[in-house]
Design a protein around this ligand. Sequence first.
Ligand code: SF4
Length: 572
Amino acid sequence: MQIVRINVKSHKIDYKEITNDSKYYLLGGRGLTSQIVYDEVPPRCDPLGPENKLILANGILTGSPFPNSARMSVGGKSPLTNGIKEANVGGRPSLMLAKHGIRALVLEDASLELKILVINKNGIELLPGKEYKGLGNYELHQKLRGKYGENIGIYSIGPAGEHKMLSATVAANDLEGYPSRHAARGGLGAVLGVKGIKAIVVIPPKESKVSMHDLKKFRKASTPFAKHLVEIKKVFSTFGTPLMMRIVSERQGIPTKNFRMGSFDKISEISGEKLHELVLARGGKKGLACSPYCVIKCSNLIVDEKGNHITSSFEYETMALNGTNLTIDNLDSLARIDRLCDDVGIDTIEFGGTVGVAMDCGKIPWGDTNTVFDILDKEIRNNTDIGKLYGNGVKNIGKKLSAQRIPEIKGQGISAYDPRVFKGMGVTYATSPMGADHTSGAAIAGRVASQFKDYGELTENEGKLDLSFELQVYTTVLDSMGCCYFIGPSYENMAIITAAINAMYNLDLTREDVINIGKKILKTEIHFNEKAGITKDKNDVPDFLKLEPSEPSGLKFTFTKEELHNFWKKLD
Ligand code: SF4
């Protein structure tokens, strides 16, 4: 497998094979993006300057038939957090890149001219991309498919990425061909915008360059695991992440009115169950895989009353941050917000959090759906002053409006689980080197890091420091394998991952060796952040979460500064 470095200014392209003795040998996905950022990006550099790099790396199991293993990590220095960032994404292209023999693309320098990068069996080309300027992801992907073929893989930015907005995403096309999957968090779409790359087009190769040492041994580990996942995730496959709407509201931990409350009186109007009925009644789709080899298939496709596609991959976090948080209680409106976010290329979580702050400050009435549509479709798309206000994230708008309640940590908006109620998630938000990112160690209701340990009640502090620590380590391993974390970041699953790596690479690793890969990556990320000025003092939540109880639970965030500052000591 190769690491390919592309200078977007000079067009110099350098291909380097990852050999057995390379420091990158067993690094893929987040492990590889973070190591390259650590080695090559000056920690104090401007994330929107030429010194930052944008790295796309697939996992070390990508290209194998391991379940849910075809995800892509996008990494760089985040314009939102100013620290190290990895956002991972499903979609078509990751597996195609692996089959081309490419483990990572490293985009270097900056370009004022818009370009596209085309990867095919003959190599990589940088081509003029002026004709695609200003296009939303939907129209862009349609044009690229028309030119390069229906079955291509695409990574791209929408107008928000071109405008270098801090919440901009990197979009990927899903298996149905829609630009619905996004490496959303941290504003890495703006970094791709600085590189001047509107799209990366991957022409699928006929044959795969991925090598597998012992397929029989590999299948012995992966096949029973895949069957087990299909069995235990049936409900999740049927309803997808929207199922969390009612559950989290009942747990009194769904962000409502800019995190003033934790449950929503009209939740039945926008629940996962209602969405399910609507999708079935209109002829939409459920149980879709967002990327090859996914066996859980939690994704969906939403259509309107006439059967026309509105959006795909309509997720819980999008519904909560733009629904309950803004008091928008209509599924069609939320689906349209999701589509517009996908089209302009904005993180739905950061966007919902940003609008929540504006509504809380009285700048927009609660539940004003039409204004939200206009902000996305007119203001962000056209880079107006209003667009910049809403495209640059929660922290930025909070400062601009002198807001008292700004739900962000290390510069990134808090996701859809109130940290006063979901105590383990609160610890993850506060301590993750990625900022308030639920995917870093998602301590949601019922999730444990080992089935043989007791991590205490969801709403109590007891056991949550351990739970968050373990989930963050195991999730880092999964992110580095190219695996979706829905397969379960657990101590037990680390043994299955170990067996798969050993069979694929002819190694003799132990489970502890693999867990140590995760720990080492986290150490690297924390060290980079320290050099960037994000020290352990920043492991904290905003004061309002400690002072104001969430209603109706009456709960506050009660971990001490000392507990959060010392959180990563176990890595020493
Ligand atoms: S489980 Fe869901 S998010 Fe994960 S790879 Fe499958 S469809 Fe995508």
